[in-house]
Design a binder for this molecule. Structure first.
Ligand SMILES: [Fe+2]
Ligand SMILES: [Fe+2]
Length: 242
């Protein structure tokens, strides 16, 4: 059984053992991010992609949780995910008010792969919850949310630190605080539903890591496309991850 450490809110066995592939990917993505936020058009496409992912997440909550039984906590979660999309869109328009009026692929990094990330997570989680007794719908909602919040708990602090180091003035600190609380809340709910020690969790984490690796690699590879602001050197340094 996996025990959730209430002091850290993360399952210790996972927190201490990201596998070698995950560590390599994190290192490469963090290094790339530090450069990407220095190139305005690239930063704009990155923030627009994150905004779209938040929007997809909020629409997914609305679609799957709407109805008579929706709780105050879920309403707040929905409102916050919707605002995260808006905060990131404000960063996009802070970089260039006339750019990215929408989530068209030309304003995104690896748009089709980004849209596929949630669909792949859903499929992974469905494979686990299908055999569960009781309300498989709530379990599916919690597990997808848990995977996404764990990813966000790494990604947004890294993004903020890259912006700080580059002297870029935008802040996602509000998002970081809210994602931390979402992670605590979802882990509490998982405990209540008896999911916290489920034997399927390591497999799900492994699958999320492989879906995110696919997305992050596609984003880094897509970064070299259509960069009028970047020099040829920028282009090869930023868009040639393999
Ligand atoms: Fe969010
Ligand atoms: Fe969240």
């Amino acid at each position: 059984m996996i025990s959730i450490d209430s002091m850290t809110s993360l399952p210790m066995s996972f927190q201490t053992e990201p596998d070698a592939d995950e560590l390599t990917l994190r290192g490469a993505f963090e290094a790339w991010l530090r450069e990407a936020v220095r190139v305005p058009l690239l930063h704009l496409r990155l923030a627009n992609t994150l905004s779209m992912l938040e929007h997809i997440g909020s629409v997914k909550i609305a679609r799957t949780q709407a109805g008579n039984r929706i709780t105050a906590r879920t309403l707040r979660h929905l409102a916050e995910e919707t605002r995260h999309a808006q905060v990131l869109k404000r960063i996009v328009h802070g970089i260039d008010p006339g750019a990215a009026p929408d989530y068209d692929d030309r304003w995104l990094l690896a748009g089709p792969t980004a849209r596929g990330y949630f669909a792949r997570l859903d499929a992974s989680v469905r494979g686990v919850t299908r055999g569960m007794a009781g309300d498989g719908g709530e379990a599916a909602y919690l597990l997808v949310t848990w995977l996404v919040e764990l990813r966000a708990a790494w990604l947004y602090p890294v993004y903020q630190s890259a912006m700080d180091d580059a002297g870029v003035r935008f802040s996602v600190r509000g998002i970081i605080g809210e994602e931390d609380r979402h992670l605590e809340e979802v882990e509490e709910a998982m405990k209540r539903l008896g999911l916290a020690g489920d034997i399927s969790l390591p497999g799900l984490l492994h699958e999320e890591r492989s879906w995110f690796r696919r997305l992050a690699t596609a984003m880094m590879n897509d970064a070299g496309r259509d960069l009028p602001d970047a020099s040829a050197g920028d282009r090869s340094a930023l868009g040639a991850f393999r």
